[in-house]
Design a protein. Structure first.
Length: 289
């Protein structure tokens, strides 16, 4: 696994990286790798490694999983600086959405996922691309709606944008890959795309470290940073830990947890050292599915 050690941050800011787990299940080896990459990049550059609990989903988020994540990081031998969780940031999300709405960049959508899948003619990184069914349609006042970003209009206003990944190099931003993304879901204060760019800016993150499965999301995030006048970090998308089936690990698929390894008496710091070298336990590998 290659990790870039050279910082392109010319602003003189202290390097800040982050690990941002959702407390909706136990962490697995993929989370361990992400945390180690972020921790080690900050350490190598004399910076700060931040832990942020992404508890946007009030139904699935549980305090015991957040506590378990902290125990897992300590077991791996990592130190961190914890910042406010997403549940404490709802006002910032609402203010950003209101700003985009006031600027005519959001519109309401009442479509369900099944309705979108039935009429979509193209697919993107998050599945069927929304065809804009509600863009010019009058909706019933009582209809529950999500708020979507008018990506074409947003790109017209910002003009061409680029972003830099430390492993893949300079990228031309192409948010249209996702279509008109939801920024405010029907029953949540913010969608991932909106929350994460606001959180990273608030936490002073200078290098966004995360798995390669989120590489494409950075196109949308760069657009939102431009629209909201947020600082632009660098990105570092590392390979994923793949299971014996060649697919990425996931909580929803019941991937073996770090907590179970801890309970079995495994040495967490030794495991961390192995992961740093790309030496994974039997049956696991590094790559992109």
């Amino acid at each position: 696994m290659r990790i870039c050690r050279e910082s392109r941050d010319m602003s003189g800011q202290m390097e800040v990286t982050r690990f941002a787990p959702s407390p909706n299940g136990p962490l697995h080896l993929g989370h361990a790798l992400s945390a180690i990459v972020a921790h080690d990049l900050a350490a190598a550059r004399g910076g700060r490694f931040v832990l942020r609990i992404e508890d946007l989903d009030p139904v699935r988020s549980r305090a015991e999983y957040a506590a378990q994540a902290r125990a897992d990081l300590a077991w791996l031998g990592l130190g961190w600086h914890e910042v406010a969780p997403q549940s404490a940031r709802h006002a910032a999300y609402a203010a950003a959405a209101a700003r985009l709405g006031d600027e005519g960049l959001l519109y309401p959508c009442a479509c369900s996922r099944s309705e979108i899948a039935a009429v979509a003619t193209a697919s993107g990184p998050e599945g069927p691309i929304y065809p804009g069914s509600c863009k010019e349609r009058a909706l019933a006042p009582e209809a529950p709606v999500a708020w979507r970003l008018d990506v074409a209009e947003a790109m017209r206003r910002t003009g061409p944008l680029t972003w830099h990944d430390e492993l893949a190099g300079e990228q031309d931003a192409d948010p249209a890959l996702f279509g008109d993304v939801v920024l405010v879901p029907k029953e949540a204060p913010a969608a991932y795309h909106l929350a994460v760019v606001l959180d990273d800016a608030a936490d002073g993150v200078t290098c966004v470290t995360r798995g390669a499965d989120l590489f494409a999301a950075s196109h949308v995030h760069r657009l939102l940073q431009a629209l909201l006048d947020l600082p632009v970090p660098r990105w570092h998308h590392h390979p994923l830990v793949l299971g014996p089936d060649g697919d990425k690990l996931a909580k929803t698929r019941g991937s073996p947890s770090l907590a179970a390894r801890r309970a079995a008496g495994e040495d967490g710091t030794a495991l961390a050292q192995r992961l740093r070298k790309g030496d994974l336990p039997a049956g696991f590998s590094l790559g992109v599915p």
